[in-house]
Design a protein around this ligand. Structure first.
Ligand code: SAH
Length: 351
């Protein structure tokens, strides 16, 4: 059995731990610095922590839970990583270089139980949840990668983090709150709430838990349908929550966080690209504090689903724009390296 990861502890838990192991109280701050500022992955890196305390910590915890297995760089600069976990499972993370900052795309589960028809991660079902430390350590590796190989022009700018990798974040309630807490905590990663976006397929129980937690980060809601029937067809598990309820929860969350909720709409030829769907989507989005991201499908290689033609995408967008809905077309980066939606892991699994 692997030990727990030290990074799974929130910064506030380090103090009692250090004291229990016989260290001075101020060592907790140094430890948090090594974990979340200096991106340490080996006990030897913790130079100012006395050897006996290091050994005591190492007796109970692991410092590294992810080993880089693959790194691919797309022609558009997107960097895709495949990590192996201590139990041999794999997860993906992505660095997406934006104009003046990097966006980290993080995974929360190995596989996913939501069964969305257009998503590669869904294909194998849920394998397991990631621990908080496994979620946070993706950031550690991505930051180390950027430090070793900076994106030209980005300077020291903070990164953004989006939970748009593998898994359904709101279906991993065992780890998401701690991961978010450490990301935002002053003695953790000290990220601004504005730089964090939770993306969800919108299971109702998960959305209600997020509302109760009130983390203040941004929310993206993948809708998949403009009626309950449409939504259930493409997103069978989250589709069990009535659309009206999902929209209401998304609007309530936006009012709570003070930021509009983004509705993510994946455009699939013949299925989610119809003019009447655009009109219904405009109505839903116009009913509250929402904006819309249109995402032409990133086609999976084993599937009949295809993205619409560019002119159909633009016609769909035009209906939203004319209805006064703030919207953006999001083209997936890194298509040449299978950077979207669990495709790298899947290619390895299917050989
Ligand atoms: N489970 C979460 C996070 C992972 S999916 C969620 O559903 O949001 C992240 C985003 O990728 C979602 O907006 C989802 O709709 C989108 N997505 C999934 N598969 C896709 C594909 N094949 N092409 C384009 N977007 C996809």
């Amino acid at each position: 059995m692997a030990k727990p990861l030290l990074r799974s502890l929130v910064p506030g838990e380090l103090g009692p731990l250090v004291t229990e192991l016989g260290g001075e109280a101020y060592r907790a701050r140094q430890l948090a610095g090594w974990l979340h500022e200096h991106d340490a992955l080996a006990w030897d890196e913790l130079r100012n922590i006395p050897r006996p305390l290091r050994d005591a910590l190492a007796g109970r915890y692991d410092l590294q839970g992810l080993a880089p297995l693959e790194r691919q760089v797309s022609t558009d600069g997107t960097r895709k990583f495949l990590f192996s976990l201590r139990d041999g499972q794999t997860v993906e993370s992505v660095i997406i270089p934006m104009e003046n900052h990097a966006t980290f795309c993080l995974s929360t589960q190995v596989g996913c139980a939501m069964a969305c028809r257009f998503c590669a991660t869904a294909r194998g079902g849920l394998v397991r949840n990631l621990e908080a430390g496994e979620i946070l350590e993706q950031i550690t590796h991505l930051r180390r990668d950027l430090a070793a190989d900076p994106v030209p022009g980005h300077g020291e700018r903070q990164f953004n983090a989006v939970f748009m990798g593998m898994g359904e974040p709101l279906d991993n309630w065992a780890a998401l709150p701690a991961a978010l807490h450490t990301m935002l905590a002053e003695d953790g990663l000290a990220m601004s709430k504005r730089r964090v976006q939770v993306s969800t397929s919108g299971p109702g129980d998960g959305l209600r838990r997020l509302l109760a937690l009130a983390p203040g980060v941004g929310l993206t809601l993948s809708l998949g349908g403009t009626t309950d029937e449409e939504r259930r067809k493409l997103m069978p598990v989250p589709g069990r929550t009535p659309l009206a309820e999902v929209i209401d929860l998304g609007a309530r969350y936006a009012r709570q966080s003070g930021r509009r909720t983004t509705i993510a709409w994946v455009l699939i030829a013949g299925q989610t690209d119809q003019a009447e769907q655009a009109r219904r989507l405009a109505k839903l989005a116009g009913s509250g504090p929402f904006k819309v991201n249109l995402i032409p499908l990133n086609a999976l290689d084993d599937d009949a689903q295809e993205p619409p033609t560019p002119s159909t995408v633009l016609a769909f967008q035009d209906i939203l724009t004319r209805a006064g809905i703030d919207n953006t077309i999001r083209l997936s980066g890194g298509r040449d390296i299978a950077a979207a939606c669990g495709q790298l892991r899947r290619r390895r699994l299917t050989g």
